[in-house]
Design a protein around this ligand. Sequence first.
Ligand code: PMP
Length: 279
Amino acid sequence: RIVYVNGAYVPEEEATVSIFDRGFLFADAVYEVCAILDGKICEFEGHVERLIRSLGELDMGMPVSKEELLEIHRELIKRNNVEQGAIYLQITRGTADRDFVYKKDMKQTLVMFTQAKGLTEEKAGIRVVSAPDIRWGRRDIKTVQLLASSMCKTMAKAAGKDDAWLVQDGFVTEGSSSNAYIVTKDGKIVTRNLSTSILHGITRKAILRLAAELDMEIEERPFTIAEAQDAAEAFFTAATAFVYPVIEIDGVELNGGKPGPVAKRLNEVYIEESRKSYI
Ligand code: PMP
């Protein structure tokens, strides 16, 4: 695989970052992941907009222009010949001797790589378990501080399930790396309202817009695991998962253990719309 590191396209074995990089020492870094569909980039504008916001919240700017960033995305997809998959970018504050205090305007590190994987296959649905949300308080900033999420998902896998839905003060915040939704028995789509408690998903925004266009009723509010277990169906969204059905929550099957119709429909519509707007 050819990856990108600070201006150079190199084989992955040759890409290096300093051990003094603050991304490595302090998780002082943000990231974004865009889906690649038909060799093109989905929702690029939305992801860059969120990236700029994440950087701003951490007192950083963009190391390259938006146009340059798009060019690197395209070049990397081309060099790796990716039809479907993910393209990951990470920006760290840069390299300095270890010190909790960071300096303004450091030379940032920018790395990017692609991951080929199928995105449009039929989705079987996943089984989730709940876990306490032990992440930090600014989940709206997309930092690489992902250990809590990683531990929760690993715990879910060890329990023979697929992912964890995180719970704080009795309510679901989101999935370990996705936004969480239920569909009530009277057909309303419920997903947690935006705040610092969750990541403001780019797919979430698109799906809520599409659902509204399809005249589906939407409620942006917190829900409990018990309400989710009693729902008609459940699903999650993330850039490279699109709309993915959830068929079991803490051992309780939804929709007879089969993917629900709303998730299926929204996934189809999302792929259709992506094919109209990807760049
Ligand atoms: N929440 C969390 C915690 C995430 O890590 C992600 C992305 N992987 C999402 C939600 C979904 O965001 P997006 O639709 O922008 O990928």
